[in-house]
Design a protein around this ligand. Structure first.
Ligand code: PMP
Length: 358
């Protein structure tokens, strides 16, 4: 290829994605605990809606997503005109960067924050600004100190991936209030449903004009393969995002399946309760054998080993047992392994395998 053909500056700083392996070669009965998926899958009602959608595949989908937006709004007590739906919350993150960042702007996120923030920032030519954390804990003062007149977006997942930790309402409010006038705080609530009583930043959105939340159907809704997410924020910001959203970004199958899923909150409540029970069990079981983890509020725990070598050796041992967990070196946590909370049998299996290793 000619040397004259080059991507935009910044694009080659994005590493090719290497996570998400779903099998271990040659091992029967492999169990994937590396992508924070719901072991129970989606609501049976969502599966029925998925199958029903086959009858309308010759039609283009709804362009305004009215059915799904209204269902989300009803369940969460929101204004449906301020909900935007996308191909995973990844697409909402992309829209935010496309609409509000660009060359000569800064996009701020934390050192152990979700990888898509950096990728989406680089993809639009913005400058990714990584804020150091204190012992894997989000430091609001450090985020505020990193903001400049160039800052357009501040991304914060709460609970955070891959640490599972949360920052409280008072700190969130302090962060939103302290940002420069031109910056938007994006509260990524991919794991918000796992936290009983957490409003995912809703009160803050209503109070201020500079806060947006993102949510997903990939985690507690058990629909990672479907690719649906949504965002909520001030009308003016959502209107801007809708201008760059392709009219047919979501298929009829995606829209109708997600709508049925969000209407079945009993399924969500059962998944939340089961996750909490086995997350606590697994964290305690690992702590007893000398593998500590931070207090996670999500559907995974971040197991800490004494060093990178030990974490790698444990990962290899788990692979020989058919257990796939996530190395988090890309998140600057090379001495840790992130383990998704599966069902009871999966948690017992992974605890047993780690105890053999130790
Ligand atoms: N935010 C966080 C913090 C995540 O962990 C993930 C998924 N790993 C996402 C957003 C993206 O989720 P999706 O695009 O599947 O909605």
């Amino acid at each position: 290829m000619s040397d004259a053909i080059r991507p935009q500056p910044g694009i080659l700083d994005i590493a090719l994605y290497e996570g998400g392996k779903s099998h271990v070669a040659g091992i029967q009965n492999a169990l994937k605990l590396s992508s924070n998926e719901n072991p129970f899958g989606p609501s049976p009602k969502a599966k029925e809606a998925f199958l029903r959608s086959v009858h309308t595949l010759h039609r283009y989908p709804s362009t305004d997503h009215a059915g799904l937006r209204h269902a989300i709004a009803e369940v969460h007590g929101l204004d449906p005109t301020r909900v935007i739906c996308g191909v995973g919350s990844d697409e909402i993150i992309t829209f935010l960067c496309q609409a509000y960042a660009g060359p000569h702007t800064d996009v701020v996120f934390t050192e152990h924050g979700f990888l898509m923030y950096r990728i989406s920032a680089l993809a639009v030519g913005a400058n990714p600004v990584e804020v150091p954390e204190r012992e894997r804990t989000t430091d609001v003062d450090a985020i505020l100190a990193a903001c400049t007149p160039h800052t357009r977006l501040v991304f914060l997942a709460n609970p955070n991936n891959p640490t599972g930790t949360m920052i409280g309402q008072a700190d969130l409010a302090r962060l939103a209030a302290g940002l420069p006038a031109q910056a938007i705080l994006v509260l990524d609530g991919a794991y918000a449903e796992y936290v009983p009583g957490y409003d995912a930043g809703l009160a803050l959105i209503e109070e201020r004009g500079n806060v947006v939340m993102t949510r997903t159907f990939s985690k507690i809704y058990g629909l990672g393969g479907l690719r649906v997410g949504w965002g909520y924020g001030p009308k003016a910001i959502i209107d801007v995002l809708n201008r760059i959203r392709g009219p047919f970004n979501l298929s009829t199958t995606q829209l109708e399946t997600a709508e049925a899923a969000v209407r079945d909150q009993d399924h969500i409540a059962r998944c939340r309760a089961d996750n909490a029970r086995w997350r606590i069990w697994l964290a305690e079981a690992l702590a007893e054998i000398g593998v500590p983890s931070d207090t996670s509020m999500a559907n995974f725990i971040l197991a800490r080993f004494s060093d990178t070598e030990e974490a790698e050796a444990c990962d290899l041992h788990l692979q020989t047992q058919g257990l796939i967990v996530r190395r988090v070196a890309g998140y600057k946590l090379p001495h840790c392994l992130r383990i998704t909370i599966g069902d009871e049998a999966s948690c017992r299996r992974v605890a047993h395998a780690i105890s053999q290793f130790k």
